[in-house]
Structure formats: C-alpha cells, structure tokens
Design a protein around this ligand. Structure first.
Ligand code: SAH
Length: 398
C-alpha cells in the first residue's frame, strides 16, 4: 500500500503482453501479416473479423484458408484476457467483469445499458449529444445508450484516498490491445443479445475504470484510435461518445488536445481550492487547480467541446455551500460555458472513513452552481451494489 500522498508516474517494468492486432495501426497490421509470409490483404480480413464482426473463433474466418487462419490467429489474435468473475445488477443491465491478464494481473470493466434518457455513469454521452443538437426529444424514450467503462492500468499510482483502486498502488500499464479487448468483449456480449434489451451496439466508452489513462498515454491513444476508427480498422464508435477521465496531468491534457481526437475530457476536480485538493487528489501538489482548469480550457478551445468537471460529493469534506460558490466562480472565469459539472455521490470503499453528502447539502450544492449558470448533473450510482461504481474497482477474483 502506498504511503498517503505519494504519486507513482512510471509503471514498474514487467513482461509485455503478447502482441495483438489491436496494438497495431492498419499499416503495421499489413507489415505484420506480410512478415508472417501471408499476403498483406489478410490484415484487412483479420481486422474485419475482429473489429466489425466481433469474431473470436478462427473457425468462423472462412474467407481465410484454414491453415493460414490458425497461424494468423495464433500470431495476431492471442487471448489477452480471461473473465474470472462476472456480477450483474439492475436485472442484468449493469455487469461488471473481472479479467485475468496473461501475467495474472486483474482488471475490471463495467458494461451499462440505459433504456431511454436516464442520467448515469455515462452522462457525458448525452451531454455530447446535446452539444451536437441531435439529442432525442425529451418526450420520446430516446435510444438506448450502452456504455463500457474500461480500465487503462492494473491498479493506479495517483493515490486518491477515497478511491479503492488507488489504495492498492500501481501494478502495471495495460497495452492498447488489453484496453481494446475489454470493449470488444463487451461489444460481443451486446451483439449476441446477452444483455437484456436485445442485440445492440456499444455507443459509449468511458475511461473511468482502474487507472489514470493519461499516465499510460501511448497505449491509451492507440486504444482511442482503435475505438473510434471506422470499421474495419476500428470499432467505429463516435468520438463524442468517448470520454477520457483524468486526475489532471497538465502536459498530457495538452498533448491530447493536439491529437485531433475529439473525445470528451473529464477532469476529476473534487475541490475548488488547493488546500483541500492537495489532500483529495494528490497530483494537485504538482499541478494546481488553476493550472488544471487552464489546461481544461485549452482542451475545450482546441476541440470545441465542453469539459466535464467531476466532483465526488463527500459529506462535510468538500460539500459546503461556499465551495459550491467558489467552484461556480472559478468555472465561469476559466471555462465560460464550456464546463459541465458532474456531481458523484461518494461511493463507499473499504477502509474509507468518508461517506456521501446529505441530500439537503447535495441539493444546495446543485442550486448554487445552477445559480451561476453552470450546467450540473448528479450521476446515478449504477453498479454500487456490485462494487462496480466509480472508485470501487479493486479487482478481486472472489
Ligand atoms: N484516474 C481517472 C479515472 C478513474 S476514476 C480519474 O481520476 O479521473 C473515475 C472517476 O471516479 C474519477 O472522477 C474519480 O475521482 C471518481 N471516484 C473515485 N473514487 C470514487 C468514489 N469512492 N466515489 C465516487 N467517485 C469516485
């Protein structure tokens, strides 16, 4: 267990996961296939099977000659993750999977299906739709939203004291393939009708599982490209359906803004003042509230997208009315209309002495932000009873 306040940026060096098609750009896939002695166009066939048809059994790749099929699958589609435990709630509409990776590392992903327009874990998807002006009319049921919450690291080095993942420290970075595989596996379940509501497609991906995505920058960028590249090169999920959540690694936020990926940025702020944020989000000792919000504003300007400000409401810690006022002022000043506040009632984690705010304090907090014209939503607590909600992912096999 890391000492309180310590930060781990560099993941320990470990054996690398096997190379996978999803690690490679389309051009590199052709090179890899050619290096194995096969015609380069087979790369496109493999991509179609993996990303578009979601095939996981080489027997079904009937357009590839049988001998080549098994050789290519063994070389480029190795099994990266095996499910060790699945737990569901909400009558199956929320499902958490614990995955064992090639070296025994455990990570979790959460699949959430929302019927019609309800608020929740993946609030940002709707928010993004609102921006584009094509949100379903409030009188209709809206279309289903199917969100996968993925892990980007096994463990996390950012050590936020209210988050279960942070308490175990950082084990290792995930590869691009290991991140993508969590989404592909979820997409398969949904396509095969295994989730109540009938066969469907994943519409949203949120990097709000285990890990700090911007501390595993390279692999996460690769995953963002595989997620958003049109099929068959990638999964073809809309960029505005994807959210990257960060504690606020300022240089990496600026780098992300320059990638030309119009994904939504979420910043885990949790306090408007440095004194408190230093203790809740230890990275604040490196980059202060004002610096993080300036970076968020640069991101918003570069992408023309609203930034989501995440704020876990913790009883008597950060939920005072004066902090709501200060937060509202700061956001107006730094981000203008390009901020959206997502309040998260604190989810319980083992060993934490903190709890969610009282209902009246939560209402007052919302009211004060709204009084300043800042859009606010309160996230539902999807997955709480299966330890699958924000900050509860600690990946135990039992
Ligand atoms: N490392 C990234 C993404 C992972 S956490 C980040 O910090 O943004 C996703 C969100 O859940 C973050 O906003 C995080 O601060 C929040 N969170 C963590 N623990 C929580 C808890 N116990 N209750 C509510 N939200 C929590």
């Amino acid at each position: 267990m890391p000492e309180p306040g310590t930060l781990t940026f560099d993941a320990p060096r470990r054996a690398k996961p096997p190379r996978h098609l999803a690690d490679l750009s389309p051009a590199d896939r052709r090179v890899a296939v050619a290096d194995l002695g096969h015609p380069a166009f087979r790369a496109n066939q493999l991509s179609t099977h993996y990303f578009a048809r979601l095939v996981d059994d080489p027997d079904q790749m009937t357009d590839v000659p049988a001998a080549a099929r098994f050789e290519l699958a063994a070389a480029l589609l190795p099994r990266l993750a095996s499910p060790v435990r699945e737990i569901a709630c909400d009558d199956g509409a929320t499902r958490k999977t614990v995955w064992r990776l090639f070296d025994g590392a455990l990570v979790e992903s959460v699949l959430m299906r929302y019927f019609g327009a309800v608020s929740g874990h993946a609030e940002l998807g709707d928010e993004a739709d609102d921006q584009a002006g094509d949100a379903p009319a409030p009188t209709t049921r809206g279309r289903d939203r199917i969100t996968v919450c993925v892990s980007s690291q096994a463990g996390c080095g950012m050590n936020c004291p209210f988050c279960a993942t942070g308490q175990a420290g950082l084990n290792r970075n995930l590869s691009t393939g290991e991140i993508v595989e969590q989404i592909v596996a979820a997409a398969r379940s949904v396509a095969r009708g295994e989730i109540p509501g009938g066969a469907g497609r994943v519409s949203n991906v949120v990097f709000m599982g285990m890990g700090e995505p911007l501390a595993n920058y390279h692999a996460v960028i690769g995953a963002l490209r595989r997620i958003t590249d049109p099929a068959p090169n990638g999964l073809g999920i809309s960029q505005r359906g994807v959210t990257v959540s960060t504690v606020g690694l300022v240089p990496a936020i600026d780098k992300l803004a320059a990638e030309g990926l119009n994904v939504t940025l979420a910043v885990s702020l949790h306090a408007p003042d440095d004194e408190l944020r230093d203790t809740l989000v230890p990275i604040n000792t490196r980059w202060k509230v004002a610096e993080v919000l300036d970076a968020a504003a640069r991101y918003a300007a570069a992408t023309k997208r609203r930034v989501s400000i995440e704020y876990a409401l913790i009883r008597d810690i950060n939920d005072q009315a004066w902090r709501a006022d200060l937060l509202g002022e700061l956001l107006r000043k730094k981000l203008g209309h390009l901020a959206h506040v997502n309040l998260i009632p604190l989810n319980p984690t083992p060993g934490s002495k903190w709890t969610a705010s009282r209902a009246k304090d939560e209402r007052e907090f919302v009211k004060r932000l709204e009084a300043q014209g800042v859009p606010v939503t309160v996230r539902d607590t999807r997955g709480r009873e299966i330890d699958g909600a924000c900050g509860q992912l600690a990946a135990s096999a039992r």
